[in-house]
Write a new protein. Structure first.
Length: 161
């Protein structure tokens, strides 16, 4: 965040959720003098209601399945930076509808955020592309269709045994 603020002094980071390293995070924020730029929101029911305040969505998990919050950010059209873990690569196609980064690489996170902050048109392009992908590939109807297909396939394989 320090690197981002050096170029964009009014940048703000909102961290939603809590974890076992919360106290350490608070100490680091204070140590670096970032209290004005970083807000720890904590656990929030219906966190997607905060999305309209965001210009960029960052999900930097170390391990993950397919997080629902990523789909929520996509349906809101938020340009997204995500770590390439678990199912995130099924949603984010690097440099087509977002940016995929390596896990545990804070320099790469900063570079991706700065790149998007400098490129408003790209943010808009990624947001629209991600929205379209979520709407077409991850809609309730599509998920029901795919689940039904898998159940039918498994059932057919059992009959053929």
């Amino acid at each position: 965040m320090s690197e981002i603020i050096s170029l964009f002094p009014t940048a703000r980071l909102m961290i939603v959720g809590e974890g076992e390293k919360q106290e350490r995070l608070v100490a680091q924020i204070k140590k670096r003098g970032l209290e004005k730029n970083i807000s720890l929101i904590g656990q929030v029911d219906n966190a997607s209601s905060l999305f309209r305040a965001f210009d960029i969505f960052l999900i930097c998990s170390v391990k993950e399945g397919l997080p629902y919050v990523l789909l929520e950010a996509g349906i809101k059209g938020l340009p997204t930076v995500a770590t390439d873990v678990g199912g995130m690569g099924e949603v984010i196609v690097d440099m087509e509808n977002g940016i995929l980064i390596q896990s545990k690489n804070h320099k790469e996170i900063a570079r991706a955020i700065i790149y998007l902050l400098k490129n408003r048109c790209l943010r808009e392009k990624f947001g629209k592309a991600l929205y379209e992908k979520i709407r077409s590939k991850f809609s309730l109807g599509e998920m029901v269709t795919q689940t039904t297909y898998l159940y039918q396939k498994v059932h057919a394989e059992k009959i053929n045994l």
